[in-house]
Design a protein around this ligand. Structure first.
Ligand code: B12
Length: 507
């Protein structure tokens, strides 16, 4: 048996797939040390057949799989189980947000041998070397989780701060498996949109966010020069004309963002990233002006709610307030940067009346934002608990009787997939009539203001949807908006950027 490594990116989205940075970054960490192949479930009709083809040759020893919640589980779980039975000598290693947060369920499945807990850049090569040389002193490897008998061993947690000296991503190798051009998609940002990840973690500890249990308010990013050089490579070598920065928080450091904006401005690309309202609100007007001139078209923000008390309950931290959320939407308008505000509705409160009243007030708040800046893109998530142990919110959730599946395969049942997609909460305090109202409002809102990121919706279609939805929108009539739903589904084939990424191919 050889020591080759098969790296697998399970299917995530039909058209919305991007450069698989999770798998590409761990590939970079073993490049030159171990031979590896990449299988991308987004680009294979039958990924199992490809995986089986590789493993049946007997040269592989390691199966590395990246796993985030949602659709990726539908391949990660059955394929890992099948490898366990058909290739019992293959070592199965999972990494990514789902694996790190739901490590007990994954390790108890019996078909996941190791989990990389957070960053894998050091842990993965160390683990492969250790197993290849049969050293077996696993406890010295940081960011590792595995079972010893019935005990779960969690080794020292390391946060890799020096991002500039991490190995560059092996884009050419990826290109040898899947033409990189296929990952550079047409979006509302550009014809060839690349995805890039410039930093890890986030300095904040919002208790509804899955990043927190893994990075505990640690954040570190690459320098503007490194980001610029990597983006320039994608522009020059692969014709990228737009970039999505997939960082959880790209805008932590104004100086870095300004320096990057200055460097990238002459290249006329458009770009998108995720940031915090209170952080960017501290930016100077000059910085915002320069960002816009350098191509910053839209920024994703966690607005969450219009209730300051609940922002506290969510440990949103910083200085974000409902007034600031409103003022900031107006400020973004002045700089023609589209704010993409995401809201988390359905937070647990003491009584059913309070939960319902909060939903009504958040809906009213969202409409107020639309008054202030109609260009504001709105994304609505139903609150889906993440294991932020010790946080007020998670303790309340557990009190209310919420529990994650104990068996890994149970995550495959449709309820839990929708849970992951933050569309069906499985949370006892959120009653079906509340979910109907939220989703009814979302349908009416998306009809009244269809997302700018969906290029296929024509201006006439936008006008007609606006007319058909205005009466409901004005009069808060969100019950059973079936007429709008059917039009969105059949006529517009409406896409949700939060689930599938920004709109891609225009047929
Ligand atoms: C790109 C992306 C997507 C893409 C798909 C990507 C793909 N794999 O093809 C799209 C847009 C489709 C997507 C969708 C969703 N996503 Co998403 N996504 C991301 C995003 C922005 C970037 C992932 C990435 O490339 N990171 C860069 C790499 C380098 O970092 P990394 O993944 O952490 O990898 C490191 C370590 O984790 C580890 N590692 C990771 N994988 C592996 C594998 C091995 C073998 C090893 C050894 C190590 C290892 O080592 C790596 C290097 O250090 C992350 C946020 C983020 N910044 O990571 C959210 C994120 C993963 N997504 C998230 C969610 C919830 C979703 C959705 C469910 C949202 C929704 N409501 O619909 C949907 C799922 C639907 C679907 N279609 O799958 C959450 C997960 C939260 C959670 N509960 O765990 C995240 C964390 C965003 C957030 N802040 O909440 N997503």
């Amino acid at each position: 048996m050889g020591d080759k490594v098969l790296l697998f990116n399970p299917f995530a989205a039909k058209n919305g797939y991007r450069i698989p940075n999770s798998i590409l970054q761990v590939a970079a960490s073993i490049d030159g040390l171990f031979e590896f192949v990449i299988v991308d479930g987004n680009r294979e009709n039958d990924p199992w057949n490809v995986i089986d083809g590789y493993l049946s040759g007997g040269e592989f020893r390691f199966f590395g799989c990246t796993v985030m919640p949602g659709p990726q589980l539908k391949q990660a779980i059955p394929y890992s189980k099948k490898i366990r039975t058909e290739y019992p000598d293959i070592v199965i290693i999972w990494g990514g947000y789902f694996a790190s947060n739901q490590y007990k369920t994954a390790l108890d499945s019996g078909f996941v041998d190791f989990i990389i807990n957070g960053q894998g850049d050091h842990a993965f090569p160390a683990l492969l070397k250790n197993l290849s040389n049969d050293e077996r002193d696993l406890k010295s490897i940081h960011n590792l989780m595995y079972k010893e008998g019935s005990e779960i061993v969690i080794t020292h947690k390391e946060f890799i701060s020096d991002q500039d000296n991490l190995p560059r991503l092996p884009y050419e190798k990826l290109d040898s498996f899947y033409p990189l051009s296929g990952y550079l998609k047409k979006t509302f940002l550009g014809k060839r949109t690349a995805a890039y990840h410039a930093s890890f973690g986030c300095p904040f500890t919002c208790s509804f966010c899955a990043v927190v249990p893994i990075y505990n308010a640690r954040w570190r990013g690459k320098s503007a020069q490194t980001v610029y050089e990597d983006v320039l490579y994608l522009i020059k070598e692969h014709g990228a004309d737009a970039v999505e920065f997939h960082d959880n928080n790209f805008f932590v450091n104004e100086k870095m963002v300004v320096e990057f904006s200055k460097l990238i401005k002459p290249h006329n690309i458009e770009w998108w990233g995720e940031g915090r309202i209170d952080t960017i609100n501290k930016y100077s007007d000059d910085s915002l002006q320069l960002m816009r001139e350098s191509g910053c078209k839209m920024i994703f923000f966690g607005a969450e709610t219009g209730n300051d008390e609940i922002l506290k309950k969510m440990d949103k931290g910083g200085t974000q307030t409902s007034q600031q959320i409103k003022d900031f939407a107006a400020r973004m308008k002045r700089f023609d940067i589209i704010p993409e505000y995401s809201f988390v509705l359905g937070i647990p409160l003491d009584t059913e009346q309070e939960v319902n009243a909060q939903i009504d007030s958040d809906i009213a708040f969202i409409k107020e934002i639309k008054e202030i800046n109609p260009n504001t893109e709105v994304i609505i998530y139903l609150y889906s608990p993440v294991p932020t142990e010790g946080s007020e919110l998670y303790e309340k959730v557990k009190e209310a009787g919420f529990a994650f599946p104990e068996k890994l395969e149970d995550w495959l049942n449709p309820d839990w997939e929708n849970f992951d997609l933050r569309r069906n909460p499985l949370t006892p305090w959120l009653k079906p009539y509340m979910v109907d109202k939220i989703q009814g409002f979302e349908t009416v809102l998306n009809a009244r203001f269809p997302t700018v990121s969906d290029l296929r919706i024509t201006n006439d279609q936008r006008k007609i949807m606006k007319q058909l939805s205005s009466f409901r929108y004005k009069n808060n009539l969100y019950r059973r908006p079936y007429e709008l739903k059917v039009l969105q589904k059949v006529w517009l084939k409406y896409r949700r950027p939060e689930i599938e990424g920004f709109e891609m191919e225009v047929s």
